[in-house]
Design a protein around this ligand. Structure first.
Ligand SMILES: N[C@@H](CCC(=O)N[C@@H](CS)C(=O)NCC(=O)O)C(=O)O
Length: 251
């Protein structure tokens, strides 16, 4: 059976899961435990040095894929359901995936920085048994993990202003592309006139503005992921994302 290793609260994992679900590819989901799970992940990926991340898909044919877009492309070649990568839009989708990746990395850096000032959110990052037994220890452990993730993905290298500019540029482009797109029936607008992986990838950028209700996040982490100023400025995009979930995230 195909297996997806991921983090329930991660927009990258959500990109892969949504694509697999749209294509109706059966898989089992396994939770990744950052740090503790890393040695086994390195063995699986045969990558003893360098950065490793999830989601990682281990296909029933033995293939191992370590990137959400690669997993979505793989799903598109399997299963059934609507095509997520129509050939005529391949280049535009690749560009929008890239934009989504840059905006998500910037959003993660800002969310993690907010988390460092919120002990409750840090404690939510620690494993359940530690959190329940000792809140202060959980917050310290969470802080170590969050600082490590910031360093790992270079989130500390640029300042908060630069990250904000990256997010705003992506959100403005999302808004402009949606405005240009041709409405298709009663449902929400889609970036390319039909639902594709571009919609999945770009909708995830809004996780760091206002996380969707569907995302499994603790209340304090949800606070850190949210940006009230951007939420007000891009309320139209939040409404679009919520409608996209209602219509296209059906499993
Ligand atoms: N380009 C990759 C990025 C994946 C990524 O950044 N994953 C992060 C999500 S926060 C991760 O694995 N974090 C846990 C860790 O690094 O230990 C993809 O699209 O799959």
């Amino acid at each position: 059976m195909t297996e997806l290793l991921g983090l329930v609260f991660s927009p990258w994992t959500e990109k892969a899961r949504w694509a697999l679900d749209v294509r109706r590819v059966p898989y089992t989901f396994r939770h990744y435990q950052p740090l503790v799970g890393e040695p086994a992940l390195r063995v699986k990926l045969r990558r003893l040095t360098g950065r490793v991340s999830v989601p990682v898909l281990t296909a029933d044919d033995g293939r191992v894929l370590a990137d959400s877009a690669d997993i979505a492309r793989w799903a598109d070649g399997r299963g059934a359901g609507p095509t997520l990568f129509p050939a005529e839009h391949e280049a535009t989708i690749a560009r929008l995936i890239d934009l989504s990746e840059r905006a998500l990395a910037a959003g993660r850096a800002r969310a993690l920085s907010r988390m460092l000032a919120d002990d409750e959110a840090l404690a939510e990052m620690a494993p359940g048994p530690i959190r329940r037994a000792h809140a202060a220890l959980a917050a310290r452990l969470g802080g170590l993990g969050v600082r490590r993730t910031l360093r790992k993905y270079g989130g500390h290298e640029d300042g908060a202003e630069a990250h904000l500019r990256t997010q705003v540029a992506a959100l403005d482009e999302l808004r402009a592309t949606l405005a240009r797109s041709v409405p298709s029936g009663d449902g929400p607008r889609t970036l390319l006139g039909r639902f594709t992986f571009a919609d999945i990838a770009m909708s995830q950028v809004l996780v760091n503005v206002a996380p969707p209700a569907e995302l499994k996040l603790g209340a304090a982490s949800r606070r850190s992921f949210s940006d009230p100023e951007l939420r007000d400025r891009y309320a139209d995009l939040i409404a679009w994302r919520d409608e996209l979930y209602r219509v296209f995230r059906t499993s």
